[in-house]
Write a protein that binds this ligand. Structure first.
Ligand code: ATP
Ligand code: MG
Length: 562
């Protein structure tokens, strides 16, 4: 991992022996949705920092909000973190594992006069809190006795009060310039079935209270989170300092904030991704257009490419927007070396080679990957009728058009040079067939003709090709939308969805070697891009997702920057 400001903090902690040489981080997802590429940044950072320093990283489900959480999300998160290539060993935890300890800690705070039960309604609490320019007002319940608070808090746990009728609050400072410190709520009453603890609890701790305690219980040293928690850090510290010496604690962790990842042309927040799924704008959390890990996996992204991307974007302290072209660059780099080359025709045009014998079939040699000769070669059948792309023929070609046109010659990749002799149209004037002749002296690899042509086309033999459905994707958002928790206009981001984000081509033709394609197998379709066999693809019904085209706009940007 490249050096960054977090590593600098760790180096300093090592020098001063702050944690006895220990580095222990955690990745703390809330199981209320599927992980996205932004989470991958956090995962790579937390696991990467631990690995780089001989430390450990825990996986912890931050499951303190039962109303939105579910085991489906827990399972998907486990699968995604593993798939990205990270190992938490035996350290998979749940914040809900600590509900009893969290309760005991709250009792301790009450006993120390640092927390109180408040009967104000949610709306009243908001009114009493004041604003950025005005101090807040003390709650009339702030000075309850320790005994009364203990008894009320116990009764809250026992289910004696209605949802929302009372809360437990920290007793800090209603005049603090930091709103988070104005007697924040620590516990609320909520009758909801929790996916792990069922209906055992009817009070649930708030994130800002549960998080520092969970960290300390697990012996975390560096609690890395995104920038929006910067203003919460005084509360993180207040909770731990107020409970100093607590028998459950194994460390006194510190919170460190970094900038979240924002990507152009997509939305990242789970809330919005959930909306896309629930309102049917996409086919599910793993729709190949989604920026989720499962969507990227189904699209054909590799863990190596995603980790490379996370490494390249680095870690900074101010928010910025990353061009999605950079992510695409990373998968091209990875697959350029790994992916077999094959030929596939997406929009077919029939070509008959009139001087090629009717029943003849030749098995031609074709290298599998010119970037990686060790992958060897394959055979592809050639015969009298082939398909080429409709786009590779023009009846009236513009200047510098090097593909097929009346009277023009091109090479069919790995095969022969052909010449267009005739164009056949139907009654409506649509081109239905091109008639060509081939030159037997121009066979690839043994060409004795001395001919030079500028265009080389991909093709498939009509009688041997397999039918396939190909899905082409474009960005989810029509413009370079910006992401961020605060942005109000995002509420209506569905107005800005790209109506052409998916194009299904139901009748494509691929070379016969793709009979063996299994879900997840990746290929370069010559001249078309990188493709991945979809999870629903079978030998009987082949389906390929385009991962990316071959045009790399990022490397152009990179060249300019150099
Ligand atoms: P979202 O805003 O998408 O709902 P979240 O922050 O609520 O995300 P959590 O499950 O709480 O999602 O996040 C788990 C961890 O991943 C947190 O430490 C969070 O800071 C980090 N994280 C979430 N989104 C990003 C992002 N875009 N870039 C980097 N880290 C992120
Ligand atoms: Mg969150």
């Amino acid at each position: 991992m490249s050096s960054n400001f977090i590593q600098n903090i760790i180096n300093e902690d090592m020098r001063t022996n702050k944690y006895g040489g220990r580095v222990h981080t955690r990745f703390p997802p809330e199981p209320n949705g599927y992980l996205h590429i932004g989470h991958a940044k956090s995962i790579c950072l937390n696991f990467g920092i631990a690995a780089a320093n001989g430390g450990k990283c825990n996986l912890r489900f931050d499951d303190t909000n039962p109303s939105k959480e579910d085991v489906e999300f827990v399972d998907s998160i486990i699968e995604d973190v593993r798939w990205l290539g990270f190992d938490w060993e035996d350290r998979m935890f749940y914040a809900s594992d600590y509900f009893e300890e969290l309760y005991q800690c709250a009792v301790q705070l009450i006993e120390d006069g640092k927390a109180f039960v408040c009967d104000l309604s949610a709306e009243e609490i908001r009114e009493y809190r004041g604003t950025l320019t005005q101090p807040g007002k003390n709650s009339p319940y702030r000075d309850r006795t320790v005994e009364e608070n203990l008894q009320l808090f116990k009764a809250m746990r026992a289910g004696e009060f209605a949802d929302g009728s009372r809360v437990l609050r920290a007793r800090i400072d209603m005049a603090s310039p930091n709103l988070n410190m104005r007697d924040p709520v620590l516990y609320r009453i909520l009758r909801a079935v929790h996916h792990r603890t069922g209906d055992k609890w009817c009070i649930y701790p708030m994130y800002d209270y549960a998080h520092p305690i969970s960290d300390a219980i697990e012996g975390i040293t560096h609690s890395i989170c995104t920038l929006e928690f910067e203003d919460h850090r005084p509360l993180y510290d207040w909770v731990l300092d107020s409970l100093e010496g607590c028998k459950f604690f194994k460390s006194r962790p510190q919170q460190i904030e970094f900038a979240r990842l924002n990507l152009t042309n997509t939305i990242m927040s789970k809330r919005y991704l959930r909306q896309l799924v629930e309102e049917g704008f996409v086919e599910g959390w793993d729709d190949p257009r989604m920026p989720t890990i499962s969507g990227l996996r189904r699209r054909g992204y590799t863990p190596e490419a995603i980790r490379d991307f996370c490494d390249r974007i680095g870690v900074a302290k101010s928010n910025s927007m990353v061009d999605v072209a950079m992510l695409e660059h990373c998968i091209r780099e990875d697959l350029n070396y790994k992916a077999p080359r094959v030929m596939a025709v997406l929009k077919a045009l029939k070509v008959v080679i009139t001087n090629y014998p009717e029943k003849k079939v030749e098995d031609l040699d074709a290298e599998i990957n010119p970037e990686n000769p060790e992958m060897g070669s394959r055979k592809i059948p050639f015969s009298r009728v082939v398909y080429i792309e409709q786009d590779d023929f023009r009846e009236n070609p513009p200047k510098k058009y090097f593909r097929l046109a009346p009277g023009k010659e091109v090479r069919l990749k790995h095969a022969y040079i052909i010449k267009c002799e005739n164009v056949i149209k139907d009654d409506n004037g649509e081109i239905v067939e091109i008639q060509c002749t081939y030159d037997p002296a121009t066979k690839s690899g043994e060409d004795t003709s001395g001919k030079k042509v500028k265009g080389t086309l991909h093709w498939v033999s009509a009688q041997h090709a397999l039918e396939a459905e190909v899905r082409l994707y474009d960005y989810l958002l029509a413009d370079n939308g910006t992401d961020g928790e605060e942005e109000e206009e995002k509420k209506d981001f569905t107005q800005n969805l790209n109506p052409n984000s998916l194009e299904k081509l139901p009748k494509c033709f691929v070379e016969p070697s793709l009979k063996e394609a299994r879900p997840g197998n990746k290929y370069q379709f010559l001249r078309q891009g990188y493709f991945c066999a979809d999870k629903d693809s079978t030998g009987e019904r082949l389906i390929f997702n385009r991962i990316v085209s071959l045009r790399d706009s990022w490397s152009k940007i990179e060249q300019k920057l150099k």
